[in-house]
Design a protein around this ligand. Structure first.
Ligand code: HEM
Length: 602
């Protein structure tokens, strides 16, 4: 019953919002029309697919942190039941993602579904549409999450299924508006945070509604534990919603002058209503003792109001994500600037490269969060009367400062268009910054600052202990694996066409920079790290690792210096020449007018 009401609310709100965005839109003669079934079906399926993901998440949250787990993390009977239900929800999610891909393909081709899905059309085009590739990935991740949840007997399996579900929930946003707008750096950060925060909040409300409806005894402690996460999700949702709005509107007045803007205002009102209901449920109803049936019923009613308000906003959001936003894309003069996503800055000077700013919201928020969490943990230790070496704190904060500089100062812009400055940023991200961060010993600090979970199940501390010694950590800290990952970022990236592909989109660029930092962190963690790890390498092995990596860096430098083209980016000299397909896909080919092979990635 609750599921049916929830589903109907999402569908009604998507259709309502989508129909509203279509009102008054001029029909352009000669423009093909796929018909209402596709135009409205596409956003409805988008919302239902994400909603199935949220239902999966809600049931996994129950199995993971509500249903009592036995010692060692074995699931209880209740946990097993919810993991099985989650597997079914993930199965529905897989099917819905495939259906959404079918409808989206018809929408992109502006053809009715049966026509669009003719073998010739599919063979010719379906893989060319980034959103379709993203949905196939969502279907795959959901299917794997379903398989894992269906066989899991321990919280570890449920944890893996939850992580996969979280990734699958944000994938459509990454390939949606965020990849096609001139404000893609902002929309990538705010869009992914928004989709995740919305899903987490709705999943928690759904899980608590289920706990109340089932009469499970743990209502109050569970609500207080999950409510903290819901509050963080609500704040992240509001902030990222404003980020989305800034990225998609030209002026604030469009909030009232455009349908898109008015729908955003309705969503903001829904958020306020949901937050109010959440506050009443958590602060007014739950503290009342004893927890009578009447109290549970009132709690379930208020939680239902909170949930329905969120589902209305959810549906409206999915309609917005499939509608043309008011923002007029900036037309950049050259292909290279379009590839980079911004107009060429002035020639590089010390001030422009080192002292100017080019903010990247994703890395800015990640860096600030890592700094704030570290300082908060140190303060908790000190308040408890425990010491923490100043050297480690200074090293961590220097590392974070350098990371924020390398990803948000002028160098971040020049690294898109000048080979030398790009390598400078690369070396900072993969050598200097990881050394400083590793010396900060963040895992040791977290293990000391986090409190062990009192009740059943695993809390953050139990998960950290597990992750530092789990089979994946054993493989990832194997020196051979570390070397391959570390040097894949050099030889694998620059001596193949991969660099051109990654530089051709903002998402690719973010993935590349993330790999630089993480592979560097892994390398220096096993070489000079303080934090616990599955196996401590003997000093002679560490010395060998250092010698071999220095030699490999040296060889790479010689290859770069010997190459004729600014970049030996694609292995064979012929294809790295100006005018070759690989060359023209990098902004470094700034001086080349757009060639037939060049396609605008952003
Ligand atoms: C301050 C309140 C909010 C603001 C300003 C806001 C703003 C936006 C904007 C501008 C978009 C469209 C982004 C695009 O064009 O791709 C969006 C999408 C979305 N919003 Fe909100 N929103 C708010 C609250 C909420 C709430 C309360 C929910 C539900 C829990 C929600 C769920 C969503 C979803 C699911 C999407 C579509 C994500 C996707 O499929 O890519 N939003 N929001």
């Amino acid at each position: 019953m609750a599921l049916a009401v929830g589903g109907a609310t999402v569908v009604a709100s998507v259709i309502g919002a989508k129909a509203w965005t279509l009102v008054g839109l001029p029909s352009i003669a000669g423009l093909p029309d796929a018909g209402a079934l596709v135009t409205v079906g596409s956003p409805v399926l988008r919302a239902l697919t994400t909603a199935a993901g949220v239902a999966t998440l809600a049931l996994l949250v129950l199995a993971l942190s509500v249903d009592p787990a036995r010692k060692g993390g074995t699931l209880s009977r209740l946990g097993r039941r919810d993991a099985t239900l989650a597997a079914r929800a993930a199965g529905a999610w897989t099917v819905l993602a495939v259906l959404q891909a079918m409808w989206l393909f018809a929408d992109v081709l502006a053809m009715p579904v049966p026509q669009a899905w003719s073998p010739s059309m599919v063979a010719a085009f379906w893989w060319e549409v980034p959103q379709i590739r993203a949905l196939i990935l969502v279907a795959l991740l959901a299917a794997v999450a379903a398989a894992i949840a269906s066989v899991s007997t321990r919280v570890v399996g449920v944890g893996v299924a939850t992580a996969l579900s979280g990734i699958a929930i944000v994938v459509p946003t990454v390939s949606g508006h965020a990849s096609g707008t001139s404000a893609h750096a902002l929309l990538l950060a705010s869009g992914t945070a928004h989709a995740l925060a919305a899903s987490v909040w709705v999943a928690i409300v759904a899980a608590l509604f289920l706990v109340a409806a089932r009469g499970q005894p743990e209502l109050a402690p569970v609500v207080s534990r999950l409510a903290r996460v819901a509050v963080v999700a609500a704040i992240a949702l509001a902030i990222s919603g404003i980020g989305n709005t800034v990225a998609q509107l030209n002026t604030w007045s469009e909030l009232v002058s455009t349908t898109y803007g008015r729908i955003v205002l309705i969503k903001a009102a829904a958020l306020v209503l949901a937050a109010l209901a959440g506050y009443i449920a958590q602060r007014r109803l739950l503290p009342a003792q004893p927890p009578t049936t009447g109290l549970r019923r009132r709690y379930a009613t208020v939680a239902a109001v909170e949930g329905l308000a969120l589902l209305v906003a959810f549906g409206a959001g999915s309609a917005l994500a499939t509608s043309a936003p008011p923002r007029i894309p900036i037309d950049l003069p050259t292909l290279a600037e379009t590839l980079a996503g911004f107009a060429f800055p002035a020639p590089p000077t010390f001030t422009n490269v080192v002292l100017s700013l080019r903010l990247d919201p994703l890395f800015l928020i990640a860096g600030l969060a890592a700094g704030v969490l570290y300082v908060a943990a140190v303060i908790r230790l000190r308040r408890r009367g425990d010491a923490w070496p100043w050297g480690r704190t200074i090293s961590w904060l220097l590392g974070i400062g350098a990371f924020l500089w390398a990803t948000n100062a002028g160098i971040a812009a020049y690294a898109n268009i000048a080979a030398g400055l790009h390598m400078g940023q690369h070396m900072a991200l993969t050598m200097l910054i990881p050394i400083l961060l590793v010396m900060g010993a963040p895992a040791t600090l977290a293990l000391r600052a986090l409190r062990p979970r009192s009740g059943p199940g695993w809390g953050p501390r139990e998960w950290l202990v597990y992750l530092l010694h789990c089979p994946a950590a054993v493989i990832l800290t194997n020196p051979l694996v570390v070397m391959v990952l570390y040097f894949a970022g050099l030889y694998g990236l620059y001596l193949s066409g991969l660099f051109g592909t990654l530089m051709g989109s903002h998402v690719g660029h973010v993935a590349m920079q993330t790999h630089f930092v993480l592979s560097g962190y892994l390398f220096y963690w096993i070489l000079i790290g303080i934090d616990p790890r599955p196996r401590l390498l003997p000093y002679w092995q560490r010395f060998m690792l250092l010698i071999i990596s220095s030699a490999l860096h040296g060889f790479f430098a010689v290859i770069i210096m010997m190459s004729e083209a600014p970049s030996p980016w694609s292995g064979s000299r012929r294809s790295a020449r100006p005018g070759s397909p690989t060359y023209s896909r990098t902004p470094f080919s700034a001086d080349r007018p757009p060639g037939p092979s060049a396609s605008s990635p952003c």
